[in-house]
Structure formats: structure tokens, C-alpha cells
Design a protein around this ligand. Structure first.
Ligand SMILES: [Zn+2]
Length: 141
């Protein structure tokens, strides 16, 4: 066990603490290896100008996970497809994400994920601003 300083009040606390016992500030524990979901929601992958894959996504402290909805499922369930979990398609470890930037799909704004391998993944999110902030916070670390 080692001691770290509380970012809020400066109190010396254990690096295993979930929160500062003095001020209650939550501690983001670097030694905590557990995967935690930060954001989840509808996410459509823009493959090109003519094809958008309906799906949903999870952003965890370790990776971005994209799950696609199958085409038959989309037809059968229509709008309700948004309430179902899709099939796992792929994930991108946070360490592989070089940056995110604004993209476009028609008149809609998207988020483009640039990987260290030079690949670009374009996604349409319903709560785009919230996703941008979540990505930004993860990439800062
Ligand atoms: Zn504190």
C-alpha cells in the first residue's frame, strides 16, 4: 500500500481508497484493473456515404466496443431495435486510439476515431456531445 494525496483537499490517503475519508472526493484508483462502463447507447457506424450500420456501443475505461444490429433484426424490430443488444462486432482498445475528431454523415455530425494504425472509424451517436467529453477524458490519461 502506498499513500497518495487527495486531489480535492490534499489529505494523505491509501491508494486503495475509493474515496477520500475527509472530503468524500472519489479517487480514480490507477491500480484498479477492473473494466468499467463509462458510456453506452445507440451508435451507428458510418461505413461510407451510402451505408450506415445500425448498432450500439459501449465505452469503458479500457476500450470502445461496437455491436451491430443485424439487418433482419432492424427490419423486424424497427425502432425497437434500439432497445436490444446487438452482436459484438469489434472493439478498439483506448491505447490504440490516437485521437477523435468531428466527422459528418450527410447533415449529421459524427465522431471519427483515429487509431495509431492510421485507421478511421466513423460513428453517429445520439448524445454526441456526451460521448465526445467521455472520449476526451479517457484520451487525456
Ligand atoms: Zn479529500
Amino acid at each position: 500500500m502506498s499513500l497518495i494525496k487527495c486531489p480535492e483537499c490534499g489529505n494523505e490517503i491509501s491508494d486503495k481508497a475509493a474515496a477520500c475519508p475527509r472530503c468524500g472526493c472519489p479517487i480514480n484508483n490507477p491500480s484498479d484493473d477492473q473494466e468499467k462502463i463509462i458510456m453506452s447507447g445507440l451508435c451507428n457506424r458510418v461505413k461510407n456515404a451510402f451505408f450506415v450500420q445500425n448498432g450500439s456501443a459501449l465505452l469503458t475505461n479500457k476500450r470502445f466496443i461496437y455491436m451491430k444490429h443485424s439487418l433482419p433484426k432492424t427490419f423486424v424490430l424497427g425502432a425497437f431495435v434500439n432497445l436490444t443488444k446487438g452482436d459484438f462486432e469489434f472493439d478498439i482498445p483506448i491505447s490504440q486510439i490516437l485521437s477523435i475528431e468531428d466527422g459528418k454523415q450527410g447533415i449529421s455530425k459524427t465522431i471519427m476515431i483515429n487509431t495509431v494504425d492510421g485507421l478511421k472509424y466513423n460513428f453517429y451517436f445520439t448524445k454526441r456531445e456526451e460521448w465526445k467529453i467521455a472520449f476526451g477524458n479517457l484520451l487525456k490519461k
